[in-house]
Design a protein. Structure first.
Length: 322
């Protein structure tokens, strides 16, 4: 099949699909200039993921962990949702508006970009939580909150948070654009030890019990994913009406639990469309009538592929002009 035939065959399936599952991974955040631990060689300012994103790290050094998440909040706020975020939000709205059709978006990203692109919350599962969420660490207090207005939460975090702008990253398979850096060329940032004078007394506190320290509402290494969120995906997959199309975006789809979802849908006859900068097994996928692979930046390939459903004016005017 030529790439044009591929696209048309995908679009026919998309238009006829009754039930669609979208699985989104870190590649979509990278298109907006947000990198993950993995892309940054597992480090942030010389600190490893183990020092920054585990329950033990938070118990031992809540100052460092909060400064790290404060920096991530800041960077996420400075990043802009890309065209694929907007296209997915519009796809969800259009499909959900049709009584006979269903859609669910499952994202592994914690940066809030889906939400800022207008993604309907009721149709979204944030598997790993969000850097804009927090919850109380006090054993008997179950307070949970979300704050997307204040970048820094406390005066001390405002003072100590490194202001790191999002980094446009060119993927290895594309020619590097001007001023863009390739993730694999990033050099390790060393020796930027953080100073925490007076920070201990001014970390985010629980507004309900007034004693508990708040922690970021993300899933850390060694923690299990939220059962409530997992159950929503499970119910969607196991309902009588089967999923007939899965869109896998910005991930190889080979990491758990995304891989499990793809396999379950496939077993029930669903077709799979991959949108990623790197496609493994491209040759065998091109022979598989139940799969499509669109290699490249999903921010460019996805809106084009979804066009028969979302049209060309899928972005809110306020963002198109900015
Ligand atoms: Zn490279
Ligand atoms: Zn509390």
């Amino acid at each position: 099949m030529s790439s044009q035939e591929q696209l048309e065959s995908f679009q026919r399936c998309l238009q006829g699909a009754r039930k669609i599952l979208c699985i989104v991974g870190a590649g979509l955040s990278a298109s907006s200039g947000l990198t993950t631990f993995q892309a940054a060689n597992g480090e942030w300012r010389g600190h490893s993921a183990l020092e920054l994103a585990t329950p033990e790290a938070f118990r031992e050094n809540p100052e460092l962990v909060w400064v790290f998440y404060s920096a991530r909040r800041y960077t996420a706020m400075k990043a802009r949702p890309n065209d694929a975020h907007f296209a997915l939000a519009e796809l969800c709205r259009r499909v959900a508006a049709d009584e006979r059709r269903e859609i669910l978006l499952v994202t592994q990203n914690v940066d809030g970009l889906h939400w800022r692109a207008g993604q309907p919350e009721a149709l979204t599962v944030e598997l790993h939580g969000s850097v804009f969420d927090y919850r109380c660490t006090e054993f008997l207090c179950n307070y949970k909150g979300r704050n997307v207005r204040d970048h820094f939460l406390t005066a001390a975090l405002r003072k100590h948070t490194p202001r790191e702008p999002p980094q446009p990253v060119a993927s290895c398979c594309q020619p590097a654009k001007k001023r863009a850096r390739c993730a694999c060329e990033d050099t390790r940032e060393n020796g930027l030890a953080l100073q925490f004078g007076g920070l201990e007394g001014d970390l985010p506190r629980c507004p309900r019990c007034r004693v508990g320290l708040l922690r970021p509402g993300v899933v850390w290494c060694g923690e299990s994913l939220s059962l409530v969120q997992m159950d929503r995906v499970d119910a969607f997959l196991s309902a009588k009406q089967k999923v007939d199309l899965v869109l896998v975006i910005g991930t190889s789809g080979r990491v758990w639990p995304a891989m499990g979802y793809v396999e379950r849908a496939q077993l029930c006859g669903s077709r799979i469309a991959l949108f990623n900068t790197e496609i493994e097994d491209a040759a065998s996928i091109s022979k598989n009538k139940k799969m499509w692979a669109f290699q490249g930046n999903a921010a460019e390939t996805l809106p084009h592929a979804l066009e028969p459903v979302i049209g060309r004016h899928y972005k809110p005017r306020s963002w198109s002009q900015a």
